[in-house]
Design a protein around this ligand. Structure first.
Ligand SMILES: [Mg+2]
Length: 105
């Protein structure tokens, strides 16, 4: 089975960025509900703890790559979901390091 041809360009980027924002919101809700111990967006969480969360998420990407049927819709969607989670954790961590003076560069 061949992998579906990916869509490229701004529409795809916006879809992915929206998914990351949704995942960030999901993480915030989990934290507010006490289902996760800390939020990587918080500045008072030690970076070592954030690094552990990020590498755990990355490990789940590696695990997803081990699944048979790389081109099946189910496996592809799972891999995409895990990649979104990695990105959301990285974004949360970056949020914790961001000040009002920071701009796009
Ligand atoms: Mg994950």
């Amino acid at each position: 089975m061949k992998s579906p041809k990916p869509v490229t360009g701004w529409p795809t980027l916006l879809i992915v960025l929206e998914a990351i924002v949704c995942e960030r919101e999901r993480q915030n809700i989990l934290f507010a509900d006490g289902k996760i111990r800390f939020n990587c967006a918080c500045g008072d969480v030690p970076p070592e703890k954030k690094f552990v969360v990020l590498t755990e998420e990355l490990g789940e990407v590696a695990e997803a790559l081990q699944r048979p049927g790389q081109f099946s819709t189910k496996v592809r969607e799972h891999l995409r979901s895990e990649l979104i989670q990695v990105a959301a954790v990285a974004v949360a961590w970056a949020e914790s390091l961001t000040t009002k003076e920071d701009k796009c560069s």
